[in-house]
Ligand binder design. Sequence first.
Ligand SMILES: *Cc1c(COP(=O)(O)O)cnc(C)c1O
Length: 503
Amino acid sequence: MPAEQFRKLGHEMVDRIASYLDTVESRPVRSGAEPGETLAKLPTTAPEHPEAWPDILADIDRVVMPGLTHWQHPGFFGFFPANSSGPAILGDLLCAGLGVQGMLWATSPACTELETRVCDWLAEMLGLPETFLSTGPGGSGGGGGGGGVIQGTASEATLVAMVAARHRAVGRARNASESRSVSPAAGPHLTVYASTQAHSSVVKAAMIAGLASGPDDRAHLRLIGTRDDYAMDPALLSRAMDDDAAAGRTPCLVIATVGTTSSTAIDPLEAIGEIVRSHGAWLHVDAAYSGAACICPEFRAAHLGAGGAALADSFAVNPHKWLLTNFDCNVTWTADRAAWTGALSVTPEYLRNAESASGRVIDYRDWQVPLGRRFRALKLWFVIRHYGAEGLRAYIRGHIQLAEYFESLVRSDGRFEVASPRTSGLVCFRLGALEGERPAATDARNRGLLERVNATGEVYLTHTVLPEIPSCPVPRLVLRMALGAPGVERRHLDRLWALLSAD
Ligand SMILES: *Cc1c(COP(=O)(O)O)cnc(C)c1O
């Protein structure tokens, strides 16, 4: 494509995106496409001859748009948001335009060093401990200091934390057996812990890392029960780790969740951190959605506890959920860079270079699963500079106020109940049980309500099932109102509530 044509078509594409975002509210939130509908509109073979650009664009409207659910729609309240913004989109465009592959420092020094600095910025903006900074004092685990890395997703962060924790635990076990001059046995039986409310990526990571043969294999993975607020019960964690240690197993990793996917429950980091430390294990904090709330000092203590995340070995947050940076953008910090990279570093001859050998540079290929990497730091850098920390705090505060407002609407109607404590931008709620109604019937009424409001096309909510807890012996189907689409205002919540409370 000649430069002049690219310039013209590029301007048109930016116009198209701007108009889309400006008018997204007029579209039905959720795609009504049936399975196979999009496929049926596509030729089964690739074009042999070049096609005209207008024909390609026409298919955006004909083929693609009807099959889209509009995540940037202010009526999108499903799952967790995947929000975006002008500066982020432009950063991603520039990333594609520069076409840099940043696997090594040497393959584009700015790609690495900008990422290092932006991760440090964000750590300080979230009030995370100094041990996570690239310039920090070094962490719990044997030197090398800390630092942050941008990966695609929180799932990758969990997987890397798992292999880093394993690397450290196996290394320690080997050292211990060498110092007792016993021949190293088959290796320790490692155990990993998370709450029953942890994200499915924990189980998936265990499957990938070979610590679980399938989703129900619990030989190495222990799922710990929760308290009434759906947060991990530290007493149950302590007992499980003690039992494993007493049986000769090696507790190696605990994954605490700050903002569970079902209900944004917050596992108590301080109590968990003390237990993890007493076993010499690794504490990874998965704060994929709720971590963004820590950008406001007033929400930090509720999310991280009084000690902050000081006892954590790694901490992950997704700016692509709730910090105006389009998918994909996960930032993970580790306080133990040596273990993190030790678990992943393999150096074939063709990647050797003088700077890497000097030890003076970061090679982010050693911090992630793939080799190659995009210049994702650009979009986060643009977002932070365009809005400033102040603008991002105002964004989060605005959403949390809206969530409070929605919660007050739910509480004002006796037919409804708030089903779990609201900790930030998510409200879990449901129609309460009628006199003498069986739990399955209450669930069915809630499912019916969800289907009715989603069928209007004006809003989109999703559901979850909250498990039994000490004070409620049956699992309950609940509706989730998850805030975070850019552009959501009070009027959108008023409309949502009008639809929910109509009959
Ligand atoms: C969304 C979510 C994840 C998964 O996020 P990806 O970035 O899509 O992998 C993990 N953990 C929690 C708590 C989440 O809410």
